[in-house]
Design a protein around this ligand. Structure first.
Ligand code: HEC
Length: 102
């Protein structure tokens, strides 16, 4: 009896040992906006409702798109971005997640 229990214990232990060797590779998710001038605006205004992926997963878009996005977040969803910070925030998004104006 004792040896059977010992065997089960050893079996369980070897399974645990195997399980601990499994490695998972997750896609990189930094959770922070790119460090660049204006990042503090994005951190203060664009992190309270959703992750940076909502921004970083967009294809590179022109300033008009970012302007419309920030306005939508503000007017429709209630992002607390002060009017005085809108232009700088839109500049930051266009520079770091978009394409510059032609
Ligand atoms: C008050 C909450 C809130 C804040 C603050 C907020 N968002 Fe959003 N955002 C949302 C919601 C809700 C959605 C999903 C909308 C949908 O599913 O259509 C979203 C979606 C998005 C999308 C995906 C495209 C889209 O229009 O649905 C982008 C890009 C985006 N947000 C950018 C931003 C940026 C940039 C900021 C900072 C200015 C920001 N968000 C701040 C609530 C917010």
């Amino acid at each position: 009896m004792k040896s059977a229990r010992l065997f089960l214990f050893a079996l369980a232990a070897s399974h645990l040992a195997q399980a601990s060797e499994v490695t998972l590779t997750l896609p990189p998710e930094s959770g922070v906006y790119k460090a660049a001038p204006g990042v503090e605006l994005a951190a203060a205004n664009c992190l309270m409702c959703h992750s940076t992926e909502y921004v970083s997963s967009q294809p590179p878009m022109p300033r008009k798109f970012w302007e419309a996005s920030v306005k939508k977040m503000k007017d429709k969803f209630g992002a607390p971005t002060p009017d005085a910070q809108m232009a700088a925030l839109i500049d930051y998004l266009t520079t770091n997640y978009g394409v510059p104006e032609k």
